[in-house]
Structure formats: structure tokens, C-alpha cells
Design a protein around this ligand. Structure first.
Ligand code: MG
Length: 385
């Protein structure tokens, strides 16, 4: 029986994780659940999974959580709050696997705690690897933590890499659905509304990642994530637009052989893989119906339409704190776009301007990364004036 801590349990990955735990209830038990502020859902999950500890990042929501538990007539678990509470949960000695699924930069500090305490970390919070990839990698080497990606592309790469040795890899090919504007003319981009950008053709996800999928910044961030997860230079990481989203990513080996991972677009698959690794178990995910797969298309992304991709490669080249700046500037740009303060085509301009103004430092501590993050947020917010 493995004991789990799910940080970010009320978001889309968190909820899917609990569905996997429910399906494999003879293998996994929930020790702790943590959320930012959605205490309603957290109480519902507490009633269903009986965690010993619950973390609520927004301490002001604890009373409401207690009321929600009383309404459901369930005993109230130990409650910890704030970032410190989340770190406590992620490093608790009772926990075997930490599912790191908090959204955005908020996931960094609990992820770091989990890695530093040598846990197995099922990593869905890609920002942690983007802003502090090098630090997390080095920390894992010291603590013996194992980081298993939950992001569908990286889970696919992880699975494909098991076909060969590291020095036999020629390149990683991350696939991208291309988002909702794959066929939209670049001249139309400034007229794209938040509602249009929030309609993703394949995946149901949070707001920021959905807009990031429309600008393809999501894929740029995934290149950075892959660079650190698999310790491979960015020159060996390519992106291919694949609108059917059936091939979740591929690895090309030096002998010319390409190994791909395919499946239905259901996050429970990569989540379960991360939890049961290195084993595979029957899952409740619908199997790929080959009678409906008529074709698989691939094309390189258009750099003129999606400049966010080259910005991500630029951030890797600048190294150090630059990826943290890229991520923070993007988060601000997406917020401003959703608030209709900037247009869709301004998103890459705002990020580029912030990145170029940054003086890169070595990212060897959480402090240096969070400092760069705050600097970038301030700078990006000032872009409007
Ligand atoms: Mg992904």
C-alpha cells in the first residue's frame, strides 16, 4: 500500500489523480490532500478519501472548510495552512508519493520540499521544472528522489526512452495539438478573444494552460521541462504539430528508429503510469479505437504565428534565471489578455521585452528563482504604461 499526498487535489489533474486512486484502491491510500482555496471540493474529497491531513494554502478559508465538513457530518482532519503547510505535507515521513499538481509558480516550493526529502514525485506542475529545473535535478541527485512526469508529452517520452540507452537518443519530438488557431491567419491574431482562446480542441484544462496552448507557449515550456527532466540539450528537442493528439510524443534513436507513444487523450493514463511506475496495470481509461483513427498528420509549427516557441528556446540559451522570467512574464501576459488589457498578439511581445531586459543570474537556490520571478512580474505589469 503506497501512501499519497496530492498537492493541488481540487484542480483537473488532482481530480483525475483521485479517480485513478479510486480505481487502484487496493494499491494506494490518500494520506494528505492540499488545495489553494477551493474548500468546498476539498471537503467533498475529504469525505470520500479520508486523508489524515489537509492543506489549505489560503489560511482564510479554513473556517469555511470546517463548516463544509460539519455539513457532511465527517470528522475534521488535521489542517495545515499556507505555503509552509503545503511543504509539510510534501515532505511528511508518512508519504511515499507526492503528486505535484498545484497550478503555476505556487507549486514550486512544495515540489522542492518533496524532491529534497527524497520522495517519488509525480510531477504535473510543469512550472517547477521550467523555473527551477536545474536546481530540482541536482537536488534529486542528492536526495535520491525520483521525478516521474505526468505531463502527457513527457510521460510519452519517458515511456519511449525505455526502448534504448541515453547515448542512443538522437532527438526528442514533442507533439503539439496546434491549439485552436492552427489554421487561423496571422493577420487575424490581434482580434482573437479570450473566449476563443479558451476553447481547446482536445484537452480540458485550466485557463492559463489553455491560453498557453493557443499561443504554443505551453509547448515552449514543455521543451524547457524536457531539457531538465531528461537532461538533454535543447538542440535535441523538436516540436511537431499533430492535430489528432494521438501520438503523445516520440523519441528518435541514432539508428533512425523512431519510437512513439500513442493513446487516447485522457490524463488518467499518464497519472497512473507515474503512480505505478515501473509497472503497468489495467486502467479504466478508454482504449484507443483504431477504427476511428483514419489519419495522423504532422507538420512543423509556424514560427511567425507562434513566436512563443522561439522565446522558450531563447530562455534556455540565456540559462540561469531566464526560464523563470519567461514563465512569470507569460503568466502576467495571459492574465492581462484574459482581462482584455492586451490583445492576443501582444502576449509574445510582452514576454520578449521582459526577457531581453533581464540580467540572467545563476539559478542555484529557490530564492534566486523567486527573486527573478518577482522582478519579471513587476516588469511585465509595467509593460502597459
Ligand atoms: Mg502537455
Amino acid at each position: 500500500m503506497k501512501r499519497l499526498a496530492v498537492v493541488g487535489s481540487t484542480g483537473s489533474i488532482g481530480q483525475n489523480t483521485l479517480r485513478v486512486v479510486e480505481h487502484l484502491s487496493d494499491r494506494f491510500r490518500i494520506f494528505a490532500l492540499a488545495a489553494n482555496s477551493a474548500v468546498d471540493r476539498l471537503a467533498e474529497q475529504t469525505a470520500a478519501f479520508h486523508p489524515a491531513v489537509v492543506g489549505i494554502r489560503d489560511g482564510g478559508r479554513v473556517d469555511e472548510f470546517v463548516i463544509q465538513c460539519q455539513k457532511r457530518r465527517i470528522s475534521i482532519p488535521e489542517v495545515v495552512t499556507g505555503e509552509e503547510g503545503l511543504r509539510q505535507i510534501a515532505s511528511a515521513p508518512e508519504v511515499d508519493i507526492v503528486v505535484s499538481a498545484a497550478v503555476g509558480a505556487a507549486g514550486l516550493s512544495p515540489t522542492y520540499s518533496a524532491v529534497a526529502s527524497g520522495k517519488t514525485v509525480a510531477l504535473a506542475n510543469k512550472e517547477a521544472m521550467v523555473v527551477a529545473g536545474e536546481l530540482l535535478r541536482k537536488t534529486a541527485e542528492k536526495s535520491g528522489a525520483r521525478i516521474i512526469p505526468v505531463d502527457s508529452e513527457h510521460s510519452a517520452v519517458d515511456q519511449c526512452l525505455r526502448s534504448g540507452r541515453k547515448n542512443e537518443v538522437r532527438r526528442l519530438i514533442l507533439t503539439a495539438s496546434g491549439g485552436p488557431f492552427r489554421e487561423t491567419r496571422v493577420e487575424q491574431f490581434e482580434k482573437i478573444s479570450p473566449e476563443e482562446a479558451l476553447k481547446h480542441p482536445v484537452w480540458q484544462m485550466g485557463k492559463r494552460i489553455t491560453v498557453d496552448s493557443a499561443t504554443l507557449m505551453n509547448k515552449g515550456l514543455e521543451v524547457i521541462e524536457a531539457r531538465w527532466l531528461f537532461d538533454i540539450p535543447s538542440e535535441k528537442i523538436d516540436i511537431m504539430v499533430h492535430p489528432q493528439s494521438i501520438v503523445h510524443s516520440m523519441v528518435e534513436f541514432v539508428d533512425g528508429s523512431v519510437v512513439a507513444q500513442l493513446g487516447t487523450a485522457d490524463m488518467r493514463q499518464p497519472i497512473q503510469y507515474a503512480l505505478t511506475y515501473p509497472e503497468r496495470l489495467p486502467s479504466s481509461v478508454p482504449h484507443l479505437d483504431w477504427t476511428t483513427v483514419s489519419r495522423l498528420d504532422f507538420a512543423p509549427p509556424d514560427p511567425k504565428k507562434f513566436p512563443c516557441i522561439s522565446l522558450a528556446y531563447r530562455a534556455i540559451e540565456m540559462s540561469g534565471t531566464a526560464p523563470a522570467v519567461l514563465n512569470a512574464a507569460d503568466e502576467v501576459a495571459v492574465e492581462l489578455f484574459l482581462e482584455r488589457k492586451i490583445v492576443f498578439s501582444d502576449i509574445p511581445n510582452l514576454i520578449a521585452s521582459t526577457l531581453e531586459a533581464h540580467k540572467t543570474k545563476i539559478a542555484d537556490s529557490l530564492e534566486s528563482v523567486t527573486e527573478a520571478d518577482s522582478w519579471a512580474r513587476q516588469r511585465a505589469c509595467g509593460w502597459l504604461s
